[in-house]
Ligand binder design. Structure first.
Ligand SMILES: [Zn+2]
Ligand SMILES: [Zn+2]
Length: 296
């Protein structure tokens, strides 16, 4: 990864039910969002980008499902990378966090800085203890990372509104999910208010909520058996086009290889957000929390 002192780079190292990990790298800070690949695979992916694992400043963990924490033991233990997560997630993921790890507990909704990056965790609806997405701010621009959410809540909508780049899940196609071979209970979980967003839900969300700053979207957590990558991209592109946003570039992410590296440059602060459209009512669905992602 070549160095430019005035750019921010975003690359999804992997995404899906077998492991999630996203790199955001500024001139002064490099962070990983989630550590769902093995330690070895994470090191390999970073090396492919010209980054030594020791150059990573921090790992942010969104929730405790294994596809988001599988590599934590190696990265926080052997490689001594600091881990940031909220208290509930720290408790739920305790088995993946070595005793000697440097653990920083954050509070949802309260931002902090790592180098020239500002990190803001926000709550999402998902079948985990206290799951969050993240807004990464850099010089007035925002990258919103939101995977694993069954309901586009008012807060999720707000966090997408000003973003320049969205890493948003387009998990499944409802027809493929319905007709797939998974147990009925698992299908219900994926499709529930605490499960995952369908292609259509992702497209509608981006079309309705993103503002004029949005230039690039990464579609994440694409199901291997209940989705087709090109179908996901087509649906989201069509939704953006209907909203007059056909200029937005829609990129895919993969389970077994890294995405394109997106580089964005310094720009003026975002324009003020437009009037808020009415949000969907939030439907609470109570049930036992899982330690595995319902999409697995
Ligand atoms: Zn999950
Ligand atoms: Zn997941």
């Amino acid at each position: 990864m070549t160095e430019n002192p005035d750019s921010l780079k975003i690359c999804v190292l992997a995404s899906g039910s077998r492991g999630n990990c996203t790199l955001v790298a500024s001139p002064s800070a490099r962070i990983l969002i989630d550590a769902g690949l093995s330690g070895r695979r994470t090191v390999e992916c970073l090396a492919g980008l010209g980054i030594a694992v020791g150059e990573i400043d921090a790992i942010m963990v969104g929730h405790e499902h294994s596809d988001h924490v599988r590599g934590l033991a190696a990265l926080a233990g052997r490689h001594r990378l600091p881990v940031y997560l909220n208290r509930e997630t720290a408790e739920a993921a305790a088995g993946h966090i070595p005793a000697r790890a440097e653990v920083k507990i954050f509070t949802n909704g309260q931002p902090w800085e790592i180098g020239d990056l500002e990190v803001l965790p926000f709550s999402v609806f998902h079948d985990a203890r206290d799951p969050v997405g993240f807004v990464i701010g850099w010089r007035g621009q925002e990258v919103t990372v939101a995977t694993d959410l069954g309901t586009p809540t008012r807060l999720v909508r707000q966090r997408l509104r000003g973003c320049r780049v969205a890493v948003l899940e387009a998990n499944h196609d409802p027809g493929l999910l319905l007709n797939g071979t998974r147990p009925w209970r698992l299908k219900q979980r994926v499709n529930s208010s605490r499960g995952h967003l369908s292609n259509r839900a992702a497209g509608d969300l981006l079309a309705a909520e993103t503002g004029p700053n949005l230039t690039d979207v990464f579609l994440a957590h694409i199901s291997l058996d209940c989705n087709r990558p090109e179908r996901a991209r087509r649906e989201v592109r069509e939704a953006l086009k209907r909203a007059g946003k056909e200029h937005v570039r829609v990129r895919l992410t993969y389970q077994d290889r890294i995405s394109e590296v997106l580089e964005i440059f310094d720009a003026p602060p975002p324009a003020p957000a437009e009037e808020t459209p009415p949000s969907l009512p939030v439907q609470l669905e109570l049930g036992p929390f899982l330690t595995k992602d319902p999409a697995i």
